[in-house]
Design a protein around this ligand. Structure first.
Ligand SMILES: *[C@@H]1O[C@H](CO)[C@@H](O)[C@H](O)[C@H]1NC(C)=O
Ligand SMILES: *[C@@H]1O[C@H](CO)[C@@H](O)[C@H](O)[C@H]1NC(C)=O
Length: 373
């Protein structure tokens, strides 16, 4: 090689960061009409939920489970990006944020956000895209209630509008986003798991969703943003889930400028409706998504009776997939089950769990992925 060739070569090397930045941006999952584009491919997608995977303490266990998802054809995994505690637990116990007096400490240690780092890293390796959620409405893994004494409120209803609670929450959101701001393993940032504001004017949640999503957009102009709600509050048959009594106006929230797509869940057993009713629930959301020109993600669904997992949930999957050109973009069942390699133990069985390698897995993952094509 002639020595003169070195000069252009040096210039090319210096240009690399900009190039890779562009490459990263191009490979970030995005909205494409009423569908999602993942790694350049626009189509209907399947996936699942694993609240527990960021709490595993062995990186290889995470890697093996993510590998199972990838080889099965799953693309999207929703995880808890929070683990809030009211006091620092014993050494080794995983937690992400601890409250003390009126302040919060974010745990970036080996038993803290480094656990989430392992999930993001495995996502990058296996092409699995993550929905990362920032806080729970429920008290599992802390939730809004873990913030209460630090920010001087006593209910979720107060939490949404209390300035001090929101400062603490936004600090946490910023800490997580800054870790994975450029990762193409992030599918979307998610405001909360199943936010509700019982008996509140729907403007309380709409205002909170607007402020939070605009804040996230100010930190990250590339990744998608969504709410993580159950889908309550829209025109329908008047049964409990369609009502506005949990403080949600689904269409108003989806219409907000920084919200990229809509989420809804389906648990007939807990909602006093039957399983067949679920098909209409999917159609009702798809219709609003089509009207507002944003994709719908059927984000959680489950039936607790093991014998009905395949029969009931595959019908919902078919209904959702059948609407792939009219609002439905993806579905994620609740929840992923697998065997933890290092311990040989099964992950949490909450009755809804679909374990890797079982006949339910064939039905709800492999057959579904084949139908999607
Ligand atoms: C979740 O939100 C609803 C409505 O605010 C509330 O009734 C319920 O108690 C909340 N869950 C927890 C654990 O606070
Ligand atoms: C399910 O509920 C709907 C009302 O929401 C009713 O029309 C339908 O007959 C019910 N189906 C079954 C199988 O019970």
């Amino acid at each position: 090689m002639k020595i003169t060739a070195l000069l252009p070569l040096v210039a090319a090397v210096a240009a690399l960061p900009a190039q890779s930045d562009i490459a990263t941006r191009a490979s970030i999952s995005k909205v494409d009409g009423l569908k999602f584009n993942i790694d350049g491919v626009t189509k209907y997608y399947a996936g699942t939920n694993s609240y527990w995977i960021p709490f595993l303490t062995n990186d290889n266990d995470v890697d093996v489970i993510m590998g199972h998802l990838a080889t099965s054809g799953h693309k999207i995994l929703r995880v808890w990006g929070f683990n809030d505690v009211k006091s620092v637990p014993g050494s080794g116990t995983v937690y992400f944020q601890a409250f003390s007096g009126s302040s919060a400490t974010i745990n970036t240690g080996a038993n803290g956000l480094q656990r989430l780092d392992a999930v993001v890293k495995a996502g990058e390796k296996h092409g699995i895209k993550l929905i990362i959620n920032f806080v729970n409405n429920w008290t599992d893994y802390g939730g809004m209630a873990a913030y209460f004494s630090a920010c001087g409120v006593s209910s979720n209803e107060q939490w949404y509008a209390a300035a001090r609670c929101q400062t603490l929450y936004q600090n946490y959101v910023k800490a997580v986003i800054s870790r994975y701001r450029t990762s193409n393993a992030v599918f979307a940032w998610e405001l909360a798991n199943e936010p509700r504001c019982k008996g509140c004017a729907t403007s309380v949640l709409t205002t909170w969703i607007r402020k939070t999503s605009d804040y996230i957009r100010s930190l990250d102009k590339d990744h998608m943003i969504t709410v993580g709600d159950e889908g309550f509050g829209l025109a329908g048959d008047g049964s409990y889930p369609y009502q506005f009594s949990e403080g949600l106006d689904w269409a108003a929230n989806l219409a907000l400028p920084s919200i990229s797509f809509g989420t809804f869940h389906l648990y007939p057993d807990s909602w006093g409706v039957n399983n067949t009713w679920g098909n209409g629930w999917i159609q009702a959301h798809a219709k609003v998504c089509a009207q507002l020109k944003k994709p719908c993600l059927f984000e959680e669904y489950g039936v607790p009776q093991a014998a009905q997992h395949c029969s009931v949930e595959s019908e919902w999957q078919k209904t959702s997939l059948g609407l792939k050109d009219s609002g439905m973009a993806a579905d994620l069942f609740w929840q992923l089950g697998d065997t933890i390699k290092s311990t040989g133990q099964q992950t949490h069985n909450d009755g809804n769990t679909i374990y890797y390698g079982t006949s339910d897995w064939k039905c709800l993952v492999e057959d579904h992925v084949k139908r999607i094509g």
